[in-house]
Ligand binder design. Sequence first.
Ligand code: MG
Ligand code: MG
Length: 261
Amino acid sequence: MIYLKTDEEIELMRLANQLVGKTQAELAKHIKSGVTTLQLDKIAEEFIRDNGAYPAFLGYNGFPNSICASVNEQVVHGIPSSQTVLNEGDIISVDCGTVLNGFVGDSAYTFCVGEVSEDVKRLLKTTKESLYLGIQQAVEGKRIGDISSAVQSHCESNGYSVVRELVGHGIGHKMHEDPEVPNYGRRGRGPLLRNGMCICIEPMINMGSKNVVFERDGWTVRTKDRKWSAHFEHCIAIRSTGPQILSSFEFLDEVLGNNVI
Ligand code: MG
Ligand code: MG
C-alpha cells in the first residue's frame, strides 16, 4: 500500500530529513584517520537527540546503533564498533535516520577519509551522479522503473555494478513503506509515480561484481570480491512541480568545502 502525503506531511518529512543532513555535516567534521565508527555513532545519536528527535535506526529490527557505518568493501548496514578505526584513504558510507514529529528522515553519504585514490573518487562521483539522474526521473506520471533504469545505466556504462539484494523504498511514518525502489530495472515498468509519494532513492554501487555477502553479525553487507562500494541516498517527494529533495547534502558540502566529490 502506497501512502500519499499531504503538503503538511511533506513539510514535516522535510524537517526530519533536514535534520539528517545536519547530522551528516556534524559527522563530516569528525571523519578522519584514527576515529572509530562507534565514536561517530555517539556523535550522531547525541546530535539527533539534542535536536528533539530520535535515531530511526536504533532498535530497528534490533539494530544496535544510531547510524550504519560501512567501510570500504562494506556496502551497507555496518555496525559501528570501537574496533573499527578509520585510516587515511578509506571510504565510509554513513546511513542515518531520524524520527521527528512522527515522520522518518533517511539519507546516506559516502565520505572519504583524507585523500583517496582516483579510482575510488570516480566510483563515488559516478554513484552520486546516478542518484541525481534517478531523482530527475522522479516525476508524476513516470514509473519507478524510470528511476531504476537511469541509476543502472549510468553506473554500468561507467564499468560499475549494481547491488540487487538491497533497494530503495517508500517512506513516511515508517522508514520502509511501499513501493520498493530498485537501482536496476526497465523504463516504463513498475508502480506509477503520483503526487504526494515520498521515496528514498539509494544507489549501492560496486567497483567489482554485483555480488554481496551477508556477514555473520546479522547486519553487515559486503562485496563478495571485497572490492569497494559506495552508497548515496536522498529522500524525495514527488510533486506536481517536479521532484522535491527533502534531505540535503548542502550542510555537509559546507563542511567538506573543496573536498566535495
Ligand atoms: Mg538510509
Ligand atoms: Mg533508505
